[in-house]
Design a protein around this ligand. Structure first.
Ligand SMILES: NC(=O)c1ccc[n+]([C@@H]2O[C@H](COP(=O)([O-])OP(=O)(O)OC[C@H]3O[C@@H](n4cnc5c(N)ncnc54)[C@H](O)[C@@H]3O)[C@@H](O)[C@H]2O)c1
Ligand SMILES: O=C(O)C(=O)C[C@]1(C(=O)O)C=C[C@@H](O)C=C1
Length: 302
């Protein structure tokens, strides 16, 4: 039996529209309702037939839902929840896909007192945004981290896990604060570094903008993909996972200073040892099948 019969998606961008496409394929009998604050996104979602119904308000979207899933930037979660709180059916489960979890869990619990809220985070995405960027296979073989609040109803947690497994994801359970530390180093800091390096390159006075574009092969090009990620989404991630990100950034800065010293004093062994260790990390990610380029890596380097 399917975990839910009537699913409402609030926010029809990259992640919301990917969930909609995945549900239409994997759970075709589910009745799907969508809502987005942006009328242009609602019109596009309608044209793409992402949902059976596109509602004009968050309240009317949730009125007969048994799952409501918030797919808006983390800084907008509280406002959306407040918009539909009065219309939420008592038996509905509320979830979200936010990239940071402690703050989102707090604001949802505050805005929806008495509701069953089971937050989750599919660790899958791209640098693109909007309803046209989504695709049904986005979550295939990717982790979805479920962060149930203490004392959560195990049956509700299992229904959320079942929903994500049907979209192709593998499930991991974590405490929200642990999630935020893990993602600070694996996702948030890499984005911050990409934003910095692309910003630094574009500010250089002795290298022109056209040279940066012209010679952006390999390493820099990979950074520009990440640095093209949605500004609203990432502003909100850094503001809501401030402490874990600052902590990881502190460690990163210390390690960067050590590298700076190794270069200055010609300590080739130190550089070589670190680069050997980091190459091994990449190899284990590839071996675990967690990278899209795994096959290419194997061909090019083995
Ligand atoms: N992009 C990724 O790689 C990725 C991966 C995993 C999780 N997430 C999380 O998913 C969420 C959505 O990200 P996305 O990449 O789909 O962003 P997106 O910009 O593609 O879509 C967000 C949508 O939310 C809508 N929205 C904003 N405020 C709203 C409001 N108050 N009410 C209703 N709709 C509103 C926007 O109009 C937009 O269409 C974020 O919380 C993000 O942290 C993103
Ligand atoms: O693949 C990308 O482009 C992503 O940035 C996806 C990515 C990540 O950092 O891995 C970004 C944010 C998420 O919350 C989850 C996944």
């Amino acid at each position: 039996m399917l975990p839910f019969a009537r699913v409402t998606i609030l926010g029809l961008g990259l992640i919301g529209s990917s969930i909609a496409r995945g549900v239409l394929q994997a759970m075709p009998t589910v009745r799907l309702t969508g809502y987005d604050a942006d009328p242009a996104v609602r019109a596009t979602a309608d044209r793409l037939e992402l949902c059976h119904d596109i509602a004009d308000t968050a309240g009317s979207a949730v009125i007969d839902a048994d799952l409501v899933i918030l797919c808006v930037p983390v800084g907008a979660m509280a406002a959306v929840a407040a918009e539909f709180a009065a219309d939420l059916p008592a038996e509905a489960i509320v979830s979200d896909v936010g990239s940071s979890k402690t703050e989102v869990a707090r604001v949802l619990a505050e805005a929806l007192p008495g509701a069953t809220v089971i937050p989750a985070h599919p660790v899958a995405g791209t640098e693109r945004s909007g309803p046209e960027a989504g695709f049904a296979t986005l979550f295939n073989h990717r982790w979805c981290i479920v962060t149930p609040p203490e004392g959560a109803d195990p049956a509700a947690v299992e229904r959320i896990a079942d929903f994500w497994r049907r979209l192709g994801a593998q499930i991991e359970f974590m405490a929200p604060d642990h999630h935020d530390r893990v993602l600070a180093i694996t996702s948030h800091l890499p984005h911050l570094i990409a934003y910095t390096i692309v910003g630094t390159a574009s500010d250089l006075e002795e290298v022109t903008q056209s040279e940066v574009i012209k010679y952006s092969a390999g390493g820099f090009r990979d950074f520009t993909r990440i640095a093209a990620s949605d500004p609203t989404m990432w502003r909100d991630v850094f503001l809501t996972n401030r402490e874990a990100v600052l902590d990881m950034l502190q460690r990163f800065s210390e390690d960067l200073s050590a590298l700076q010293r190794a270069i200055r004093w010609g300590k080739g062994d130190e550089l070589f040892d670190l680069f050997t260790r980091t190459r091994a990390v990449r190899r284990s990610i590839v071996e675990q099948g967690q990278d899209d380029d795994a096959a290419d890596f194997g061909r090019a380097h083995d």
